[in-house]
Design a protein around this ligand. Structure first.
Ligand code: SAH
Ligand code: SF4
Ligand code: F3S
Length: 490
C-alpha cells in the first residue's frame, strides 16, 4: 500500500536508489519536476487518459498506473485528446487485439494534430513479440511500451520517455518474467467503496487454449500480511467490499515460505472490522476445496457467488484442454456447493469450438448447462492463440459450425438462467448501492450479495452504503426494486 512518501524529501542530486519501491519514488519525484515545468509553461497541469481492456487484473493494474500518474501531478481524464494516453491491453482472444489496433489507428490521427502527446502501451499484448514487432513497424507514433511484469516501473520509464533527446525514439522495456512483487506504490481507485485486491499473480495451469500463463508468468502469491494490511487500509479509507483477485484463487498460498490455503486467507480477511463483503475471482474447479465450501457456508461476509469456469461439458475435450477435471467431477462439485449453500449463485465461462469438438461433445456442454442451472454464463468462440498447444492441433472446427453452436448455446444459457436467476423476486435483500443508473437518473444501481444487479428509485447519497431493497420484479438478468423504508412509508 501507498505509504504517502513525501516526494519533496527525496534528494534529487543523489543517484537513483537500486531497491524498490524507493527507486520508483525517486523517479516519481523527477516526473513531478517535469510536471511543474509543464504547469509553468501551460498554466495548468498535463492530462492523462488510461484505457483498460480485458479482465479485473488489468482493471486493478490500471488503478496502480493511475495512482502513480496522479501522485506526480497529472489530471485524469476520459478523453483520448490528452497529454499522456496509455492503453492497458488484453490478448486473451484475437478480437481483444483487433480492438486495440483499431483504437490505436484513431489515436495516431489525434497525435498528428498534437505531436507533443505521449502514447504508451502496456499489459498482456505487449508480452508477445509479434505484437511489439508490429507496433514498431506500423505504429511508429507510439512512445512507450512496457509489459505486465514491470508495471511498477512506470515512473522510471515515463521519466526516460520525458527526458529522451530524440522524441521519435521508442522507449520499450518488457520482461520475460519475474519473481518480484513490488508493494507500497500508490493506487487511484475507480470506486470509493469497493476495490479489487491482488492476492496472487500469474498462472501455472497452462490450459491448452490459454495465453495467460505466457503473458502473466508463473504463479506468485502475495504475503497474507501484505494483503490484510492493504484491506485494512482500504476499509479505513471507506471501502466496504473487496474482490480478491487471482487467475486461480484456489491455489493461493502454495508458493509462500509459510504456505496457507485460500480458505485460511478468507478467514483472516473476514476478521477485518468494518469490511462488509468479500468476493473473489476466479475459482478453478480442480482446486476448489471442501474447506472453502465450509468457510463460505459459515461466513457472514463472503458473498454467496462462485464463478466456476466450466469451459466444456465433454470430459474428452476437458482432457484436451488440460483442465484436470471431468464432466462428472464438475457436476458433482456444483451439486455439493449448491447443497451446502442453497442461496449460492453459480456463474461460468464456456468455450465453443475447441479443436476436435464434435456435435456430441457440444451436446454434453448443453446438458451440463441445463443440469447445473447457472445464474449466468460468459460464452466465447474459441480463438487461436499463437504459442499455445491448442493452436497447432490439426482438427480446428470450421467457423460456420462454431457460429451455429455458439448461437444454440447462447439460447440454452438464456433459457436456463431465466429459470433460476429470478428466484429472489418478492424478497428483501441487502444491496450495495454502486451508482446512479446511466439510463435513468432517478434510479440507483446496486448489487445483491450474489452479484445480481438491481435498479431502484433512490437518492445519490446512498451510493457506497448497503441498503435493504425489496425485489419487485425480475427482468431477465436484473431486478427492479424498492428501498424497504420507502415501501413502508407508502
Ligand atoms: N483464470 C480464469 C480465466 C481467465 S481468461 C480461469 O481459469 O477460469 C477468461 C476466460 O476466457 C476463460 O475462462 C475462457 O473461457 C476464455 N478464454 C481463454 N482463452 C480463450 C481462447 N483462446 N479462446 C476463447 N476463449 C478463451
Ligand atoms: Fe488460462 Fe487456465 Fe490459467 Fe485460467 S487457469 S488463466 S484459463 S491457463
Ligand atoms: Fe486479458 Fe491479460 Fe486479463 S490477457 S483476460 S487482461 S490476464
Amino acid at each position: 500500500m501507498y505509504n504517502e512518501i513525501d516526494l519533496d524529501k527525496i534528494d534529487m542530486n543523489a543517484e537513483p536508489p537500486a531497491e524498490e519501491p524507493a527507486r520508483q519514488y525517486y523517479f516519481m519525484a523527477k516526473c513531478r519536476e517535469w510536471v511543474q515545468e509543464f504547469e509553468r509553461i501551460h498554466g495548468g497541469g498535463p492530462t492523462a487518459c488510461i484505457q483498460t481492456f480485458g479482465c479485473q487484473m488489468n482493471a486493478k493494474d490500471s488503478e496502480k498506473l493511475a495512482g502513480i500518474l496522479v501522485a506526480v501531478g497529472f489530471d485524469e481524464t476520459n478523453s483520448e485528446d490528452a497529454d499522456f494516453v496509455l492503453y492497458n491491453t488484453c490478448t486473451v482472444r484475437e478480437n481483444a487485439n483487433q480492438r486495440v489496433y483499431g483504437r490505436l489507428g484513431q489515436l495516431g490521427v489525434i497525435k498528428k494534430k498534437r505531436p507533443d502527446m505521449i502514447i504508451a502501451l502496456c499489459g498482456c499484448m505487449m508480452q508477445e513479440k509479434e505484437v511489439v514487432d508490429k507496433i514498431k513497424a506500423s505504429y511508429r507514433f507510439v512512445d512507450l511500451i512496457f509489459g505486465t511484469h514491470n508495471i511498477f516501473q512506470l515512473p522510471e520509464l515515463l521519466c526516460r520517455c520525458l527526458m529522451r533527446e530524440n522524441p521519435k525514439k521508442l522507449v520499450a522495456e518488457i520482461w520475460d518474467g519475474t519473481d518480484k512483487i513490488v508493494e507500497s506504490l500508490p493506487a487511484e481507485r475507480k470506486y470509493a467503496f469497493k476495490s479489487g485486491v491482488n492476492i496472487m499473480f500469474g498462472c501455472n495451469n497452462f490450459c491448452s487454449y490459454c495465453i495467460v500463463p505466457y503473458v502473466r508468468g508463473r504463479e506468485r502469491s502475495r504475503n497474507p500480511k501484505e494483503i490484510i494490511r492493504e484491506i485494512e487500509m482500504l476499509v479505513a479509507d471507506g471501502v466496504v467490499e473487496v474482490m480478491l483477485l487471482g487467475q486461480n484463487v484456489n491455489s493461493y498460498g502454495k508458493t509462500l515460505t509459510n504456505p496457507i490455503s485460500f480458505a485460511q486467507l478468507l478467514q483472516l480477511a473476514e476478521q477485518v472490522e468494518g469490511l462488509e463483503r468479500i468476493r473473489f475471482m476466479t475459482s478453478h474447479p480442480k482446486d476448489l476445496s471442501d474447506e472453502l465450501i465450509e468457510v463460505m457456508k459459515r461466513s457472514k461476509k463472503i458473498c454467496p457467488h462462485l464463478h466456476l469456469p466450466l469451459q466444456s461439458g465433454s470430459s474428452r475435450i476437458l482432457k484436451q484442454m488440460n483442465r484436470n477435471y471431468t464432466k462428472e467431477q464438475y457436476l458433482e462439485l456444483a451439486a455439493k456447493i449448491k447443497n451446502a449453500i442453497p442461496e449460492i449463485s453459480l456463474t461460468t465461462d464456456i468455450i465453443v469450438g475447441f479443436p476436435g469438438e464434435t456435435e456430441e461433445d457440444f451436446q454434453e456442454t448443453m446438458e451440463v448447462v441445463e443440469k447445473v442451472g447457472f445464474d449466468s454464463a460468459f460464452t466465447f468462440v474459441y480463438s487461436i492463440r499463437t504459442g499455445t498447444p491448442a493452436a497447432v492441433m490439426d482438427n480446428q472446427v470450421p467457423e460456420d459450425v462454431v457460429k451455429e453452436r455458439f448461437d444454440r448455446l447462447l439460447k440454452q444459457v438464456q433459457t436456463t438462467s431465466a429459470k433460476v436467476s429470478g428466484r429472489q423476486v418478492h424478497t428483501v435483500q441487502k444491496v450495495l448501492v454502486e451508482e446512479v443508473n446511466s439510463h435513468d437518473s432517478r434510479l440507483l444501481t446496486g448489487r445483491l450479495e450474489n452479484n445480481t444487479v438491481v435498479h431502484f428509485p433512490g437518492e445519490p447519497q446512498l451510493i457506497g452504503t448497503i441498503t435493504q431493497v425489496f425485489l419487485d420484479e425480475f427482468k431477465g438478468f436484473y431486478y427492479m426494486g424498492t428501498i424497504v423504508q420507502d415501501r413502508e412509508e407508502r
